[in-house]
Design a protein. Sequence first.
Length: 245
Amino acid sequence: MERLQKVMAAAGIASRRKSEELIKEGKVKVNGKIVTELGVKVSANDKVEVNEIPIEREVPVYFLLYKPRGVISSVSDDKGRKVVSDFFSEFNERIYPVGRLDYDTSGLILMTNDGEFANLLMHPRNEIEKVYVAKVKGIPQKESLRKLEKGIRLEDGKTAPAKVKMLSLDKKKQTAIVEIIIHEGRNRQVKRMFEAIGHEVIKLKRERYGFLTLNGLSAGDARELTPHEVKQLRALAMESTKKNS
C-alpha cells in the first residue's frame, strides 16, 4: 500500500505536492469514488483516475550507468547534446538520473523512475561515500592534500572531511592522479576543492558510489541493479539520514 499522491507522482501525473493539490480539489477518484483526503493509501489493484483519466503505473526500475565524458546528466538538453537518458531509449519508463555528474566528468551514475528512491539517495544528510579519481595539473603537496582531508572553505561553505590518496605522479608532465572520497554532492565540488588548493582538474571520474563500482563496464554501458542492491542502497541511505537527523 502506498500513499495516493506518491502513486500519482510515480506515474508522472505531477509532482507530489501538485498531486496533493489535485486530491484536495476533488479531481482524483479511487475505485470510482472521489477522494479529497491526503492520507489515503492504495494498492496495485486499486483503480486511480485523475480528471476521469485512469493513470498507468510504471514498474520501478534501477540502473547503474557508466556515463562517458561529453554527456549531460539530464533527460533533455536544449542544445541538442547527448543526455544520459539516451542510453535507455528502448525503455518506455521515464528514467532519470539520481544526482548529476558534470558534462566532462565520466563515471558511475544511478538511473531510475522511482522518485522516492532518488530523493532518499540525494537527501542532504546522506553520507554515502562517492569515490572520484582526478587527474590534476601540478603535483599537490602533502599539506595541500591534508587541507582537503580536514575540509576546505568554498564559496558555499566548508566541505566535510574527505579521504585523499595520491595514486601516481608524473614529474615530467607535472601532473598527478589523486583519489578523493567525499559524501557531499555540491555542484562541481571535487573540481572546486582542487582549485582551492591551486590544482586544476584535467580529468575526473567517479569510480564508486557506496558499495557499487564500474567493474565489468565500459563507458556507455549500463546494467540493472539487483533487488538486493536496491535494498542495500535504501538501507544505507536511511541509516545515514537517521544518524545525521
